[in-house]
Write a protein that binds this ligand. Structure first.
Ligand code: HEC
Length: 147
């Protein structure tokens, strides 16, 4: 019974990104990043002790990051440089080698973090830190924050 319910939840989680893919590349990449934002808030709250540490949630957060990093680079076609209130920097399309280094590193670090076994705040903190170092460095080079 529980197993069936879980399978249904997992299936829904898998279907969701595919459905969002119809919205357009800017909306899609923003949605991926919004997910990163939510997961980072949730993970940060656990590490700060605002919410109790939960290994299953921590593991899910790390899996989400890896999936996000994998999906993200496909949503930057040349037709999506402007519009949709995008905060994507033009550098993504001019400094393509650097952009690839940044997205590759995000994929590598999130995959490594997702492969780690997190059992407590200390082990989660290590994996979380490895991932979140990417947020700031990539945003500095490739995101122009509006407002
Ligand atoms: C490889 C580069 C890269 C990495 C790594 C990265 N981001 Fe982003 N992020 C971007 C870009 C580019 C945008 C702007 C997208 C747009 O507006 O089209 C963005 C936008 C965002 C937004 C705003 C989304 C919105 O509402 O429009 C949030 C929140 C965000 N990132 C959080 C994170 C967090 C948290 C991490 C780390 C876990 C992270 N990002 C890692 C490149 C990156």
């Amino acid at each position: 019974m529980l197993r069936t319910a879980l399978a249904a939840v997992l299936a829904a989680a898998v279907i969701l990104p595919a459905t969002m893919a119809t919205a357009g590349p800017i909306e899609d990449r923003k949605a991926i990043m919004k997910g990163n934002g939510r997961d980072t808030k949730m993970g940060g709250d656990m590490l700060k002790g605002v919410t109790p540490f939960d290994a299953a949630t921590a593991t899910k957060i790390l899996a989400n990051y890896a999936a996000a990093a994998k999906a993200f680079p496909a949503h930057f076609p040349a037709t999506s440089k402007t519009g949709g209130e995008t905060e994507a920097s033009p550098a993504i399309w001019t400094m393509t080698a650097d952009w690839k280094i940044a997205t590759d590193k995000f994929q590598k670090d999130t995959a490594a973090a997702a492969a780690m076994t997190v059992t407590d705040a200390a082990s989660f903190g290590k994996a979380f830190g490895m991932v979140t170092a990417n947020c700031k460095s990539c945003h500095e080079g490739f995101r122009i924050k509006k407002g």
